[in-house]
Design a protein around this ligand. Structure first.
Ligand code: FE2
Ligand code: FE2
Length: 267
């Protein structure tokens, strides 16, 4: 079983955690709730830090929780109050240290959220293309080629079925064949993606009204497969990687999607 510091050293290096792409989220080990020399028997992984996730990690007696969305940003004041204070207290009381991998996980070449989603969708032949803004490198995008093209509605149905999610989409006047994938809240990156790669479609997580009409002008199909559902596979792949790297380590993915209900068909 690895010691906490060995796991952290491995994660820092494997995820290039200090290569943080200008992330506002604080990455790496952000909360030390046990000693560096303590052995870690169980590590839990989850998309978010919330009460249900921490309770579940505590039930499993995990000593380390790895999440994609953190609880601290570079702009935070150092006040551990309200919900944040409560979560920190729960983690401390249960001796669960917290490690965050935000953009370093989104853009990782092996276990990145986009790579893991592409593999989960069954795409085997894809490439990673680097993204720049004002000539500064800030991430990368998966470009996957479909074996046979589909129309947008057919592809949305395929996504919905494959990852069990309700999909929203904006349809362009062309079929889906060359697809770009960036997970989560990545709508703002579409223009940079189009500059970097020849695509007809874009798969992301979350629809944001501010970009809706902008996207209509760009002439590509855009699929929204929810923020949560697009950002859980990287963690699952990372959990497998840890299990295969450290003998005797148990890794458990905790699935806690947000409780959103939908009703009606109109806007
Ligand atoms: Fe996200
Ligand atoms: Fe993300």
């Amino acid at each position: 079983m690895p010691k906490l510091y060995e796991l952290v050293e491995f994660l820092d290096s494997y995820l290039n955690i200090h290569d943080d792409y200008g992330d506002v989220v604080l990455n790496g080990l952000v909360l030390d709730a046990c000693e560096a020399e303590d052995e870690v028997k169980t590590v839990c992984l989850a998309c978010d830090v919330n009460r249900k996730v921490v309770e579940s990690a505590a039930e499993r007696k995990a000593s380390l929780l790895i999440t994609h969305h953190g609880i601290f940003t570079r702009h935070d004041e150092a006040r551990l109050v309200g919900i944040k204070g409560k979560l920190v207290r729960m983690l401390m009381e249960n001796h669960i240290s917290l490690y965050v991998a935000h953009l370093p996980l989104d853009f990782h070449r092996e276990v990145g959220n986009h790579v893991a989603l592409a593999k989960t969708l069954g795409f085997e032949n894809f490439e990673l293309v680097e993204l720049k803004r004002h000539s500064r490198l800030y991430g990368n995008v998966v470009i996957a080629e479909l074996k046979s093209e589909m129309d947008a509605e057919e592809f949305a149905g395929f996504l919905a079925e494959r990852i069990k999610v309700s999909v929203e989409f904006q349809q362009a006047d062309r079929n889906v064949k060359r697809l770009a994938i960036i997970t989560g809240s990545s709508m703002s990156m579409l223009e940079d993606v189009i500059k970097a790669a020849d695509i007809d479609s874009f798969l992301c997580g979350e629809f944001k009204h501010g970009y809706a009409f902008h996207h209509e002008e760009l002439g590509v199909n855009v699929f929204y497969a929810t923020h949560y559902k697009t950002e859980i596979y990287g963690l699952q792949f990372l959990g497998e990687k840890l299990k295969n790297t450290f003998k005797g380590l148990e890794s458990v993915f905790i699935d806690v999607p947000p409780l959103i209900k939908r009703v009606g068909n109109g806007w």
